[in-house]
Design a protein around this ligand. Structure first.
Ligand code: PLP
Length: 418
């Protein structure tokens, strides 16, 4: 019997003892206590198991019924687009399952270079570097380019991956109050760092609110600073033609460094990137650790990105559709008496305040066939619990109206609206 099967069969009859049995039982105790505390606090995250593709209508384990999905980052509705899936299949067959290599050893195919060029073209930048995710792109950039002589100024509500990326670098770390330009200016004014880098999300995903980019860029010019923007919740659909926050705020081309994801609007598979000046991208290929020490994107995933880029370079119809769907939802909900946070963005947080109310509200929406999620502390501040609705270009007007109607019925029942 091969050694591995022997171990498995011994395990099955309980004859394998771990050398670290005491240490492992200590670990189980420590983690078990923390898990119980998380459950008691009502913040335990359970996974709902989807049995269909990602779409506006999904099926979930334990139910035959289709439910209407309003909580994916599938802003352009491309996650199960047949043309994209077919192209991805073609690349899978032609280029194989994967490269078994990092990019610089033997993990770069012509399709990786094509995708990098198309992304640069879409954003109007000189060059792009791909990563396995935007989390990696954010983890890899600050440490690579900033030294102890430099300083980074980060919005206090930036995404966790920006926070972690900044933690890894040796630059002076400064946090400014959320979207507070006076605080940012005061900190820039008193800094004598060599490079100053302002880092912000373009769109903040919990509130659906927008960084004041035009005014951040003015400050950057005044104090000779660089601007880095994470565009995960903007690329492909926000701004008139989907070019993101810089287009929305009418400062196209003025951001120095853009990081974004292929895992949300752009087909929803996975992958991330940095796009910007040629020297920066070339330098990241030499120094950025998630790029140097992690496997290359698989061809099928590159295929998704390539097809989506072709679609977005030839038409902005989908971004216009998500914008009009967003307007329809926000208008109807506001008219019904709900408070919707954020600005003109398909992230539409329905503000409820109380954590139990938010979770109860989401449960009742599900019984009406609408899948939305309640967010409460510590994901959002204490007392600011909400249901975060996300609108897609793929929602029909009838689906949006159905969701609004369900919100109204549940909202009346729970006395959130009259
Ligand atoms: N940045 C922001 C603002 C995000 O919302 C996310 C995803 O949740 C990421 C970065 C990470 O992107 P990815 O899923 O490609 O790692």
């Amino acid at each position: 019997m091969p050694a591995f099967s022997k171990i498995l069969s011994l395990r099955a009859v309980g004859q394998v003892r771990h050398y670290s049995a005491a240490a492992q039982s200590q670990l189980r105790d420590i983690l078990g206590q923390q898990l119980s505390a998380i459950k008691e606090a009502g913040t335990f995250k359970a996974e709902r198991i989807i049995t269909s593709s990602q779409s506006t209508q999904i099926t979930v384990q334990g139910s035959e019924k289709r439910i209407l999905n309003f909580c994916a980052n599938n802003y352009l509705g491309l996650a199960n687009n047949p043309e994209i899936v077919a192209y991805s299949q073609q690349l899978l067959e032609r280029y194989g399952a994967g490269l078994s290599s990092v990019r610089f050893i033997c993990g770069t195919q012509d399709i990786h270079k094509q995708l990098e060029q198309k992304i640069a073209q879409f954003h109007g930048r000189e060059d792009t570097i791909l990563y396995a995710s935007c989390f990696d792109a954010n983890a890899g950039i600050f440490e690579a380019i900033l030294t102890p002589e430099d300083a980074v100024f980060s919005d206090e509500l930036n995404h966790a991956s920006i926070i972690d990326g900044i933690r890894l670098c040796k630059a002076k770390k400064q946090r400014y109050k959320h979207r507070d330009l006076a605080d940012l200016e005061q900190q820039l004014r008193s800094s004598d760092a060599r490079l100053k880098l302002i880092a912000t999300d373009g769109v903040f995903s919990m509130d659906g609110n927008i960084a004041p980019l035009a005014r951040i860029i003015e400050l950057a010019k005044k104090y000779n600073a660089l601007v880095f923007v994470d565009e995960c919740h903007a690329t492909g659909f926000f701004g008139a033609t989907g070019r993101g926050t810089e287009e929305y705020d009418q400062v196209m081309g003025e951001v120095d460094i853009i990081n974004s994801t292929l895992g949300k609007a752009l087909g929803g598979a996975s992958g991330g990137y940095t796009t910007g000046p040629a020297e920066l991208i070339s330098f990241l290929r030499q120094k950025s650790r998630p790029y140097l020490f992690s496997n290359t994107l698989p061809p099928a995933v590159v295929g998704v990105g390539l097809k989506v880029m072709d679609m977005l370079l030839s038409s902005s119809e989908l971004s216009q559709r998500v914008q009009s769907n967003t307007q329809r939802f926000r208008d109807a909900m506001t008219k019904a008496g709900f408070t919707i946070a954020g600005e003109n963005h398909p992230i539409c947080p329905v503000m409820l305040g109380d954590a139990r109310l938010a979770s109860n509200f989401a449960d009742q929406m599900l019984t009406r066939g609408i899948y939305v999620i309640g967010f409460s502390y510590p994901v959002v501040p204490q007392g600011k619990a909400r249901i975060r609705v996300q609108i897609s270009a793929a929602h029909t007007e009838e689906e949006i109206d159905r969701a609004v109607q369900a919100f109204i019925e549940v909202g009346r029942g729970l006395k959130v609206i009259k």
